[in-house]
Design a protein around this ligand. Structure first.
Ligand SMILES: *[C@@H]1O[C@H](CO)[C@@H](O)[C@H](O)[C@H]1NC(C)=O
Length: 247
């Protein structure tokens, strides 16, 4: 008992000394390592596209870009049950949390103009079920992070970028997880809510029809979180063509 206490005391001192030596930033890192994180960057992964392996690699690159920028958030992959175990293990080895889900059935498959490529994109809606987090930034795997964007977690219940001036893009959006909203979305799928493209983007554009009229997101300097829905500045989701032209 005495020995055990002595050892713990030594570990605690070692941590404090290490934290002091590394400065305040490292001290914060030690603190968040024990407390559950309130925020997450999340992406989905599923099988059956002609490019499963490329998506897997892209997801790891994106998640590593977040890790390198010191994102103060969990990194989560919402993976369908058939993602190969060795891919899941590689993600975990990268420090990513993997949440396994059943594919959501796409009720728009029979719709004219339906693109099979987007069949399983509705799995993105599982982001609303991640209720251990206050806010989630949901991502497509073709993003790469060039700067820390943790201020996005100050945005409201739903925030997205208009790349197209009229239709927001669902390659990056902020949401507040909520089981009520998640269940309501499943209900809206079951009743076949209007969805122009049969994919996640058409569904969410139909679910949040007023976003274009909402104010632009400016993170409060006092660090508080906003309530409501907001547009995000285009800089949060620069298309490669904009980036090359205007960097
Ligand atoms: C934080 O700033 C916002 C305005 O940006 C203000 O509405 C809010 O009351 C402030 N909250 C606190 C706790 O200071």
């Amino acid at each position: 008992m005495g020995r055990g206490c002595g050892r713990w005391w030594w570990v605690a001192v070692a941590l404090v000394v290490a934290a002091a030596a590394e400065g305040a930033r490292e001290e914060a890192a030690v603190a968040v390592a024990v407390a559950p994180r309130r925020h997450a960057y999340a992406a989905m992964m599923y099988m059956g596209t002609p490019r499963d392996y490329e998506f897997y690699v892209a997801t790891r690159v994106m998640m590593r870009s977040l890790g390198r920028l010191g994102a103060d958030a969990d990194r989560v992959v919402i993976a369908s049950l058939d993602v190969p175990p060795r891919w899941v293990q590689a993600l975990k080895d990268d420090g990513v949390k993997v949440v396994s889900v059943e594919n959501l059935k796409n009720p728009y498959e029979k719709q004219e103009n339906f693109n099979m490529r987007f069949k399983l994109t509705l799995n993105k809606l599982y982001a609303w079920s991640l209720v251990s987090y206050d806010r989630v930034v949901m991502l497509d795997s073709d993003n790469i992070f060039l700067q820390n964007t943790d201020e996005l977690f100050q945005c409201g219940q739903f925030c997205a970028v208009f790349i197209n001036p009229c239709i927001f893009h669902t390659g990056l959006f902020v949401l507040q997880p909520s089981i009520d909203v998640f269940k309501n979305m499943l209900h809206e799928l079951a009743v076949g809510r209007d969805n122009p493209d049969g994919a996640d983007q058409g569904f969410l554009a139909s679910y949040f029809p007023d976003l274009l009229d909402r104010p632009m997101f400016h993170p409060p300097v006092n660090g508080t979180k906003l309530e409501g829905t907001y547009r995000l500045p285009l800089g949060y989701q620069m298309d490669a063509s904009y980036y090359c032209e205007y960097q």
